[in-house]
Design a binder for this molecule. Sequence first.
Ligand code: FDA
Length: 307
Amino acid sequence: MLRTPLLIAARSAACRTFVERTPLTRAMVTRFVAGTTQEETLPVVGDLTTDRLVTLDYLGEDVADAAQAQSTVTAYTRLLTALGEQGLAPRAEVSVKLSAVGQFLPADGQKIALDNARQICASAAAVGTTVTLDMEDHTTTDSTLAILRELRVDFPWVGAVLQAYLRRTEADCRDLAHEGSRVRLCKGAYDEPESVAYRDKAEVDRSYVRCLKVLMNGSGYPMVASHDPRIVKITGHLASVAGRTPDSYEYQMLYGIRTEEQAALAAEGKRMRVYVPYGEEWYGYYMRRLAERPANLAFFARSLVGR
Ligand code: FDA
């Protein structure tokens, strides 16, 4: 019931100002966001990579001009250079939201985002790591998959996220289940209309399993992005039915969520990657995490009344 208003609030400037000014918000944000700067975040990455893999997200979305998009590119380049220098690149890649590098800009947004993503991919290639394109709301899916295709000509290891709540995704999984393809399958975090998305949780879960079957039975590299214990269990089963070795797919979870399960999967010898967001632009990301779980919201509400 609260999911939709929270997701609307995630895109409201007025709510953003209110939430950002709430005194205890910052303390709570640290549960989901590893740091506000690269310098704060890299030690966290160093710790996590002792038993897990990492993908880093420099927070930001919907940039308003080309200069902001360029500053996102600069932040990723600086990050990738540091990952190389600190010897973290073999275990840490980056995740990029195309709207943070210009996808929504009115003039030439698609081209600007492609050129900017290319620069990030070149920086990743220089230190020997990879890039995965995050997926935003359904109006961006075609554009993101088109940019993915272009990037893969020069950087065949670029991965993309697909969202099981979209009705189109099973077909997209079939298209992307080929050799060399890396697909991060998640349930989906935006407020989408019934016309394009399943809105019932059980339907989303069933779609996730159908999509996962396609990816596991294909020849690409499935990245199973879910904290759902049932999905984790089904993944092991589907991988074994498909005859996959433990290094031919991976589990992925968000920083701060089901941390013990992350460690347990890693201890079992599974490839486990943690999605680590950092930066000042945490608002949209944080609100989507609140929307996913009412218990998070209750915790937030208690902080508002000072308890
Ligand atoms: P589900 O929502 O059913 O949760 C299962 C269980 O996990 C819950 O019962 C709870 O225990 C725990 N849990 C889930 N969310 C929680 C939260 N916020 N706080 C505390 N506990 C929580 N989405 C998108 O649209 N585009 C994208 O690019 C990405 N990228 C992405 C990368 C990675 C690595 C992950 C793990 C997720 C994403 N997502 C995403 C988010 C995704 O779409 C989805 O919203 C969340 O992962 C929650 O879905 P679950 O599969 O975990 O299941």
